[in-house]
Design a protein around this ligand. Sequence first.
Ligand code: GDP
Ligand code: IMO
Ligand code: MG
Length: 425
Amino acid sequence: MTQVDVLLGLQWGDEGKGKIVDVLSPQYDLIARFQGGPNAGHTLEFDGKKFVLNTIPSGIFNEKTMNLIGNGVVIDPIILKRELDNLKKAGHDPVAAGKLVLARKAHLILPTHQLLDAANEQKMGAGKIGSTLKGIGPTYMDKTGRNGLRVGDTTLPDFAARYAKLVEKHKEILSHYEFEYDLTEKEAAFFEAIEFIKTIPHVDSEHFVNDYLKAGKKVLAEGAQGTLLDVDFGSYPFVTSSNTTTAGACTGLGIAPNKVGDVYGIFKAYCTRVGGGPFPTELDNEVGETLRQVGHEFGATTGRARRCGWIDLPALKYAIMLNGVTELIMMKADVLDGFDTIYACTHYEYNGETIDYMPYDIISIQPKPVLTAIEGWKTDMTKITSIDQIPSQLNAYIAFLEKELEVPIKFLSVGPDRTQTLTLR
Ligand code: GDP
Ligand code: IMO
Ligand code: MG
């Protein structure tokens, strides 16, 4: 019997999960998304082409790999259909190839969930979360509130009536906001997309995944968002509405904790965040702007400018602990190529003390980062093809991080393309 390996982000999302899942997918029989929804934007680049996936697992471009959208995911049928239509135009049809299945128990995002998201954010004004406005929070609220509609419901004869009942409830809530909306077009698109997703096989993800394991096949769970956006352990309330951590892979697919194998924790050589909320190492200055421009730090889903800052080791240690990370993957080292000196936050100054952990309240009392200077490598890393060519300064940075984080760095990514990936260990 095999186990499920997990790959997830250790920061505030956009670490490069899509790229690495694509790189690793030839080693796996099944890639499974287990939480989140189309708030995710996972970018893959190969053969001069670029794809951004929102709901579809990043194993889709590997010929032999099956892809599952697990029960823990929230699915917007309109967005899923659009993603698949766009892939088809680009010559990839995973549905026709029988390479995509949906969990029956995955919840559906309705057009009114998006309206509720937008109405709520509008009301919060300056204190807003900075949601992607994909309806994620309201859909998970209906899931835990036991009102939601699931993929499996679409085949029931009374699906339209169930839909109408939930929409009625949403309209009642919306009437308490000053919020204008017109549902007509969205509703037509929704029902068209529902017919389409009925053509994709529906499975019980718990049996589907466990059958793969029993057959000795290899499974990789693909995280979305990042650990610091986890609804329990992230910078609440500036978080998403799911468990983005390893534990989320168990509930989001239906696997027991003892079925978890390797846990790949992925992080950028610096740090970014998109949306509101605390970010102790943020550089709201020219250095941050340089990171943004060189790293093309603009959201894959919303196009928003990402906030940029230095790497935050207390936050990474916290994420490693929560996830049981067994191997690290460092991304976007090339973005730091031009710096004479880079910095790493090793501790925080907080309430007059020096601490090396994330305190409960980082919203009303912002931790001040204590930074260590590290010599830059001033080398174009994007052209490097073997680990012998890694400059000594970058090797020193890697050794420093491994000592601090106490987990080996297995892969080093030096550019967006599939091929720009070095195996260190
Ligand atoms: P995800 O949400 O974790 O899959 O990450 P995103 O796709 O949102 O953001 C990562 C961005 O960085 C994408 O534009 C990738 O193409 C790009 N990228 C990934 N790895 C590297 C790298 O090593 N170097 C550079 N320069 N870009 C990278
Ligand atoms: P990937 O998978 C970065 C952020 C939003 C907002 C907060 C809540 O590409 O790493 P939501 O839409 O869930 O209501 O937004 O979470 N956020 C992400 N930030 N990458 C993501 O996904 C994100 N998904 C949500 O910006 O601050
Ligand atoms: Mg992303």
